[in-house]
Design a protein around this ligand. Structure first.
Ligand SMILES: [Zn+2]
Ligand SMILES: [Zn+2]
Ligand SMILES: [Zn+2]
Length: 317
């Protein structure tokens, strides 16, 4: 990560950084947060009749395409009936050849942050089960994403994830792959010498541990990173570590919501079946990416990562 501190033309300090995983350019410009135009983009409150019309709620199984499978199901349950904990169905409007929806809970829970630990473990299990099916059918990559809130592109408020089967590494992950090789892994360096000013939490398991931190050069305020401390390419290959990472991400969202109010976000797994170091990236969508971000690929972040981490650590969710 290169850093250069210099005052802007009004004398406020700006800091140019480079994300070690992607090489993306980020300019930290805290003074811009005071400028007008930053809007509040919270999660929409629950609409009247929302749960009654929700196809993901238990009892509404006939309103989705027939399920692929369900987890936590009661003995003797028929497909597409009540009595499940996590349900996997094809996407009704797929943009890809294979795309599934993982419904995270039978009740109308509107946030990933509201899922219990056992429920998050079932979500991890559903992701790994779909990954095994994708590999068995010759697909090279499974993209797992959670979109929450309209500002993050969520189609429905009931907590769910999308799983997209791809026949190659998508561009964002292909860009990271050379930086995350075992012999010179930028994420191993980051975690091996983890800046206490950025660290938020750690989960220790018998098979290793997983850390949650504020991204050192995130493209948006409060951008988070969760990853195993050990260099592991395939996140779907160890369901306990994946569940721990999802649990840490949910904790990150609870802390974020305590600081900023309920916040829209995108969460995704960057996974590598060959060499690489898997991780979750969580990008809060409190700001809108504008012309400089999209046109130049240079991200302006109005909150320094150490300040974001300090606020999240102090939060009492
Ligand atoms: Zn629902
Ligand atoms: Zn690594
Ligand atoms: Zn990544």
């Amino acid at each position: 990560m290169s850093k250069a501190n210099s005052p802007d033309e009004h004398g406020a300090e700006v800091r140019a950084s480079r994300d070690p995983l992607s090489g993306r350019e980020v300019v930290f410009a805290p003074a811009r947060a005071k400028r007008p135009g930053n809007h509040d983009a919270g999660i929409e409150p629950e609409a009247a009749g929302e749960a009654a019309a929700c196809p993901f709620c238990e009892g509404h199984e006939q309103e989705t395409p027939p399920e692929l499978f369900a987890l936590g199901a009661k003995a003797g349950r028929q497909p597409d009936a009540r009595g499940w904990k996590v349900r996997v169905v094809p996407n009704l409007f797929p943009a890809f050849e294979r795309q599934q929806v993982v419904v995270h809970a039978p009740a109308h829970l509107r946030s990933f942050a509201d899922l219990s630990e056992p429920q998050l473990a079932l979500v991890a299990e559903a992701w790994t089960e779909v990954a095994e099916r994708a590999w068995a059918q010759g697909f090279d990559h499974l993209l797992a994403v959670v979109n929450e809130g309209k500002a993050a592109g969520a189609s429905r408020p009931h907590s769910h994830s999308q799983l997209v089967w791809l026949d190659r590494l998508p561009p964002e992950i292909a860009t990271e792959a050379p930086r995350l090789r075992r012999d010179s892994c930028a994420l191993c360096s980051l975690l091996g010498d983890l800046d206490p000013a950025l660290e938020l939490a750690e989960r220790k398991l018998t098979q290793g541990s997983v850390s949650l931190m504020v991204a050192p050069a995130g493209r948006a305020p409060y951008e988070l990173l969760a990853a195993p401390r050990e260099h592991l390419p395939d996140g779907f290959g160890n369901v306990e570590l994946l569940a721990a990472a999802l649990s840490l991400a949910a904790e990150g969202v609870r802390r974020l919501n305590a600081v900023e109010g309920s916040s829209p976000f995108n969460l995704w797994l960057h996974n590598f079946q060959q060499d690489g170091h898997w991780h979750l990236e969580l990008v809060p969508r409190l700001n809108v990416f504008a012309g400089v971000e999209l046109g130049a690929g240079i991200y302006i972040n109005t909150l320094l990562p150490e300040e974001a981490a300090a606020r999240l650590r102090e939060a009492r969710p």
